[in-house]
Design a protein around this ligand. Structure first.
Ligand code: FAD
Ligand code: 2HG
Ligand code: ZN
Length: 469
């Protein structure tokens, strides 16, 4: 086929992988193993110039492109369809660090840099890159930007959109849009970079970014707190903030069902409190100076929470190893659920203050509809963003995922009543695009379609994702 020959000429034959010659399953199945595709080829460009050339070639031949980073996405945004006509464009070879400007507190990295490496590099320069998610050892900066990833430190630092000062993007016709400025202020018309952040590869290919850096925290402490309800957890957040203000950098909640699931499926997960609480909070504080002062303020705040009955019990970690063990338990929530079997995932947000009422309203509705249902609720309480996942009743017969529409209607209609978002972190991909017409206004949907048509008139950038057909 002409297209493949020309792609080989541009990228080198070793970087055009085809399904007849190679096992491509690592690139054609999503992380949750819910979608499998069959691509025409997997393309591995080495730099922006090659991305530009190969995207122009795709435009010329009318070949659709599915960009892929670390393939850790939760909603099948990076999976090709089964037509055998789409190409997967892998960004992993674009993994250079172009610049670190310590005085400007920025670094310019290519899209294929793995998030954990970017965090390490920042630390080497005595700086801090705050995006932190369970998949950080495999996900890539381009994927983080394309999904506007969140994670555990949004509370203090904001999500990925807040970390991006500049972008380089290859447009669907192959032109390179260079917006690589490390500016904190720039009001020269529409801020185009924001169009591509969170667009899940439907408007262009992100090839590089200027990222914000922060002062490195020198002291950090973590506590695991037992609380009797999400309402108490929110009160705990208020107590911590009144003592420590912005030094509260993470505030995660876990229902006992998720803790039990991790303890069951992930070897080495520690036992926690003598008496199992219904809810747990992982609260992290950090500061750029004064470990002792930080510890004292944290202990005072937690002491007050215990005395007033806001907290039932507290474990304050005494070593980095102990803190890492607790964070591993939190990070393993997804893996444990995967081992436990299918669950219907919801990645929703409501205003932080509405979280307790939302949970109190929805849990009984699920139990009435599905007696014995096992809600696996955890997530980023400080941001109002819960992973409100729903696992099948123990005696359920049949494919639990067949209930997705009915379960979604219960959970997501309630989200809408609370003026929330049905996808706060993971994006839409193929999995959730069908919710868009249900929960966005026709005007919002129309504007999205007009933006898509303006930037990608041939409809070749990640078709079948985000926007419903
Ligand atoms: P991929 O999965 O490869 O792609 C994701 C989307 O971005 C696709 O639509 C793809 O087409 C597009 N894309 C990828 N690269 C580019 C590019 N260079 N240009 C244009 N489009 C591109 N997410 C959170 O937000 N918060 C969490 O706390 C979190 N925790 C996780 C924990 C685990 C264990 C796992 C497995 C996932 C978690 N995720 C979380 C989801 C996932 O890791 C993020 O969505 C991440 O940002 C995806 O990055 P990636 O490189 O793997 O992207
Ligand atoms: C997390 O916060 C991720 O751990 C994954 O966003 C959530 O597995 C999930 O539902
Ligand atoms: Zn999350």
């Amino acid at each position: 086929m002409r297209f493949l020959e020309e792609a080989r000429a541009l990228l080198g034959a070793a970087h055009v992988l085809t399904p007849d010659a190679e096992d491509l399953s690592a690139y054609t199945e999503d992380w949750r193993r819910r979608y499998q595709g069959r691509p025409l080829a997997v393309l591995r460009p080495a730099d922006t110039a090659q991305v530009s050339a190969v995207v122009a070639l795709c435009a010329q031949h009318g070949v659709a492109i599915v960009p892929q980073g670390g393939n850790s996405g939760m909603c099948a945004g990076a999976t090709p369809d089964g037509s055998g006509k789409q190409v997967v464009l892998l960004l992993s070879r674009l993994n250079r660090v172009r610049a670190v400007d310590a005085l400007n507190n920025t670094m310019t990295v290519e899209a294929g840099c793995v998030l954990a490496k970017v965090q390490e590099l920042a630390a080497e320069h005595e700086r801090f890159f705050p995006l932190s998610i369970g998949s950080e050892g495999s996900c890539q900066i381009g994927g983080n930007i394309a999904t506007n990833a969140g994670g555990i430190q949004v509370l203090r630092y904001g999500n990925m959109r807040d970390q991006v000062l500049g972008l380089e993007v290859v447009l669907p016709d192959g032109q390179v849009l260079n917006l690589l400025k490390g500016l904190r202020k720039d009001n020269t018309g529409y801020d185009l970079k924001h169009l591509f952040i969170g667009a899940e590869g439907t408007l262009g290919i992100i090839t590089a970014a200027v990222l914000k850096l922060y002062p490195a925290p020198r002291a950090r402490t973590l506590a695991l707190v037992a609380v009797e309800s999400p309402q108490r957890a929110l009160e705990l957040l208020a107590v911590l903030r009144s003592h420590l203000a912005d030094r509260v950098t993470a505030f995660e909640i876990m229902g006992d069902a998720v803790v039990a699931m991790v303890q069951k499926h992930i070897p080495g997960t520690p036992a926690l409190f003598d008496k199992r609480p219904p809810w747990y909070v992982l609260a992290q504080v950090s500061d750029s100076s004064g470990a002792e002062a930080l510890q004292t303020a944290f202990e005072e705040a937690l002491g007050q929470a215990l005395e007033s009955g806001v907290a039932q019990d507290v474990i304050i970690t005494s070593s980095v190893a102990q803190a890492n063990e607790l964070w591993a338990m939190r990070d393993n929530a997804s893996a444990a659920q995967q081992r436990d079997g299918h669950n219907i995932k919801h990645d929703m947000a409501v205003p932080v203050s509405s979280v307790p009422a939302f949970i109190d309203e929805v849990l009984p509705q699920l139990e009435i509809a599905y007696p014995g249902v096992r809600p696996v609720v955890f997530g980023h309480l400080g941001d109002g963003n819960l992973h409100f996942n729903v696992a099948r009743p123990a005696d359920w017969v049949g494919d639990w995922l067949d209930q997705s529409d009915a379960v979604n209607a219960i959970v997501l209609d309630a989200v809408a009543r609370y003026n929330g978002s049905f996808s706060a972190e993971h994006g839409l991909g193929m999995l959730k695009k069908h919710e868009l017409p249900l929960y966005k206004t026709p005007l919002e949907l129309d504007l999205m379609r007009r933006i898509k048509a303006a930037l990608d008139p041939q409809g070749l950038m990640n078709p079948g994702k985000v926007l419903p057909d």
